[in-house]
Design a protein around this ligand. Structure first.
Ligand SMILES: *[C@@H]1O[C@H](CO)[C@@H](O)[C@H](O)[C@H]1NC(C)=O
Ligand SMILES: *[C@@H]1O[C@H](CO)[C@@H](O)[C@H](O)[C@H]1NC(C)=O
Ligand SMILES: *[C@@H]1O[C@H](CO)[C@@H](O)[C@H](O)[C@H]1NC(C)=O
Length: 328
């Protein structure tokens, strides 16, 4: 009986949700006025309810992952997606360089975590109205610079936001060409600037202020993973390095806590992707294959900024549908 009680106590401790005041304090939330605060509090309470309902399912073994309150809990899913969406509208010549194609090898490891090699740069925070596609590509290129050139660099997201698409705004769906055009920009432009010389402004400025003397990295080409091919994605992540991916997110994704995220309702066609991030590893946890995904929503998100997403479950949420990686 005692053990039983202890178990109950520890389960509820794991899932103990913060109340409104401690949430506000922890995440330094300041609202314009009481009306605004009440509105945010209602959203928070609604989110809390869904989070708790999901975790009950998790506790009963009906879900492979749990969720929890993070800094986004006073926002609706629409707001979170809206703020994290990016777009790229300008037409750039795509595919003008010779396209290397990775040939999968036999010696692909069963699991890998590129963080173990000291080649994954710290988690960024795109904040409001920023461009997941630019953050994801910068993070990918930073890792490839570390792997292939042995240098630690911080590259400029703002360089991409200003120069790939001068009419960028935050209200677009993730443009299907965002990754291709951005990689092609870095190739055609002969590089991307260092962040020190071109800092993030967390908004669209529109005027391109790239300076050749501040280039921090160049890439020769980029390549596509065959659409939806999780085996090829594994081979590339396992033997080449991190890969930029796009996919769809839902409410539970925003508040992921631990386990392997899987979404029954997710589309795996590439029509409606709303987010981009970086696969920096893969493996198996408690019988579930996963992709280790580096997000750009700060370290309160997921597990210190990372999420494990389902692998080998029919390309769940389209993670292998539009995957791209650079050649140094
Ligand atoms: C982009 O290319 C498409 C198809 O080639 C064309 O219809 C469209 O007008 C172009 N957009 C811009 C902004 O140049
Ligand atoms: C880059 O930084 C990481 C950790 O921040 C460190 O482990 C690694 O040795 C550094 N690499 C180089 C080439 O300086
Ligand atoms: C990747 O695929 C996109 C969409 O099919 C295509 O436009 C682009 O040229 C491809 N890029 C490479 C390097 O193959």
């Amino acid at each position: 009986m005692k053990w039983f009680l202890l178990l109950i106590v520890s389960i509820s401790a794991v899932f103990a949700s913060p109340d409104w005041d401690s949430f506000k304090e922890k995440h330094h939330k300041i609202y314009k006025n009481e009306k605004e605060e009440n509105y945010r509090k209602q959203i928070f309470l609604k989110n809390l309810k869904v989070i708790e309902e999901h975790n009950e399912k998790y506790a009963q073994g009906l879900s492979t992952y749990s969720v929890g309150v993070n800094n986004l809990a006073d926002l609706t899913h629409e707001e979170i997606v809206f703020w994290s969406q990016g777009s790229s509208r300008r037409n750039l010549s795509v595919g003008s360089s010779p396209i290397p194609k990775f040939i999968p090898r036999d010696d692909v490891p069963e699991s890998i975590d590129w963080r173990d090699y000291g080649v994954v740069t710290p988690i960024a925070n795109q904040e409001r109205c920023m461009s997941c596609w630019a953050f994801a590509i910068v993070a990918t290129v930073e890792s490839h610079v570390a792997i292939y050139e042995g240098r630690n660099v911080s590259l400029s997201v703002q360089n991409l936001v200003d120069c790939v698409d001068p009419t960028f705004d935050c209200m677009q769906d993730l443009d299907p060409k965002a990754l291709d055009n951005t990689y092609q920009y870095i190739i055609d432009n002969d590089g991307i600037d260092l962040i020190e010389s071109y800092p993030n402004e967390y908004q669209t400025v529109g005027s391109c202020r790239f300076k050749r003397e501040n280039v921090g990295a160049t890439i020769k080409a980029y390549a596509n993973i065959t659409e939806g091919d999780e085996e090829e994605l594994k081979a590339v992540v396992g033997t080449v390095g991190p890969v930029t991916v796009t996919f769809t997110t839902d409410f539970a994704w925003d508040f992921y806590h631990k386990g392997v995220y899987y979404n029954d309702d997710c589309m795996n066609t590439d029509e409606i992707f709303n987010h981009a991030a970086v696969v920096v590893g893969y493996g198996n946890e408690d019988g579930e294959d996963y992709w280790l995904v580096k997000n750009s929503w700060g370290t309160y998100f997921g597990q210190d900024g990372y999420i494990k997403m389902a692998r080998n479950r029919d390309n769940n949420c389209g993670i292998a549908s539009r995957a791209r990686y650079p050649f140094m």
